[in-house]
Design a protein around this ligand. Structure first.
Ligand code: UT7
Length: 327
């Protein structure tokens, strides 16, 4: 890691949440649950739920526009759009091409990646590799989801957990020295293991039922694997860079359950005040959770230029991954 390297430096962030906020009590009026159970077991207090006119692409487009404005860039400056989503508006075309059209971009390439809750880490790693190859120079990396549309609202074991939203980052090619002092994505690590595919899945799709289906999860089983997988892939990021938990300024994990976040941070030796937590307000927004949290922590002044930011996620597949970014 000590020769000139093309880095992907974060230029801006943006996000969009549906207007409607649904508190735990509202859900407790429909299925047998309580604010106390949801808050104690997950840390979730409320989530945003898309209205009839809000879709994954409309939320993603608004987040993309906000990220471009934050970066001080125009849509035509972008030559790569990678959208992480498990809840596209349509089976095809991709959400990425819908957002591309919404932004009025006619050059470059736009495509979706499917890694469910790990999607943003997979999308960022993908875009970073395009940029590192020299083929593209400025990317919008977006996580956008409307999980409310694939929930079984009669299943209390899943419907209390998820929310809708979108987050976006703009990354840009910049020459680095190839050392960990560089700004940009310093390392990324992606993993998957399809043996676990039935522990968290959707029971429909175009090639099986011909319907979108509903989310099904063996929550306890997912929980059992989560902390080990998350901490393993973060140890990979530390080993690749020589950085340690002490070097991390902000830990921005996927927001599925506060108990998983707390246990992961504790196992890694990351102090609680370094952990960005939004799950209480957003629920689990799958691929959108990390860019939503990044945008919040950047706009409220926590994440600043030069800070070392650690992201990680784990989700359906199973898929899991981590990245270290010098802001
Ligand atoms: O983003 C992708 C990754 N996904 C995750 O990381 C989710 C991982 N899993 C979890 O976060 C947790 O497993 C859950 C929050 C889903 C569940 O928490 P838990 O502590 O593992 O609870 P549990 O599934 O062991 O259920 C405990 C009890 C059960 O009752 P019994 O069998 O002990 O009588 C459930 O039926 O809680 C019951 N229960 C509920 N009670 C009230 C399950 N859901 C609810 C509910 N309200 N909504």
């Amino acid at each position: 890691m000590n020769r000139p390297t093309i880095r992907s430096v974060v230029r801006g962030t943006g996000s969009c949440l549906p207007a409607r906020v649904v508190g735990n009590d509202e859900i407790a009026g429909k299925v047998e649950t309580s604010d106390e159970w949801i808050a104690q077991r997950t840390g979730i207090r409320r989530r945003h739920i898309a209205g009839p006119d809000e879709t994954t692409s409309t939320l993603g487009l608004a987040a993309a526009r906000a990220a471009l404005a934050d970066a001080g860039l125009e849509a035509e400056d972008i030559d790569l759009i990678v959208v992480a989503t498990a809840t596209p508006d349509y089976t095809f075309p991709s959400v990425a091409t819908q957002i591309q059209a919404g932004l009025g971009i006619t050059r470059g390439v736009a495509f979706d990646v499917a890694a469910v809750c790990s999607g943003f880490v997979f999308a960022l790693a993908t875009a970073e590799k395009f940029i590192a190859s020299g083929s593209h120079s400025r990317a919008l990396v977006i996580g956008a989801e409307t999980f409310s549309r694939i929930l079984d609202w009669n299943d209390r074991t899943t419907c209390v957990l998820f929310g809708d939203g979108a987050g976006a980052v703009v990354i840009e090619a910049a020459e680095g020295t190839g050392t960990i002092a560089d700004r940009g994505v310093l390392t990324s690590h992606l993993r998957s293991d399809g043996r676990h595919r039935t522990k968290l899945y959707v029971d429909g799709g175009p090639s099986t039922t011909g319907t979108a289906g509903h989310l099904r999860m063996e929550g306890r089983e997912v929980f059992r694997h989560a902390v080990g997988m998350i901490t393993d892939v973060i140890e990979d990021a530390f080993a690749a860079t020589g950085l340690t938990a002490d070097d991390v300024k902000w830990f921005v994990p996927h927001q599925a359950n506060k108990r998983i976040i707390d246990a992961s941070a504790e196992k890694l030796g990351i102090a609680p005040e370094k952990v960005v937590i939004t799950v209480q307000d957003h629920g689990n927004t799958s691929a959108a959770s990390i860019p939503l949290a990044l945008d919040e922590a950047r706009r409220d002044g926590r994440i600043r230029q030069g800070d070392l930011v650690l992201i990680e996620a784990m989700g359906g597949g199973f898929t899991w991954g981590s990245a270290l970014i010098r802001w």
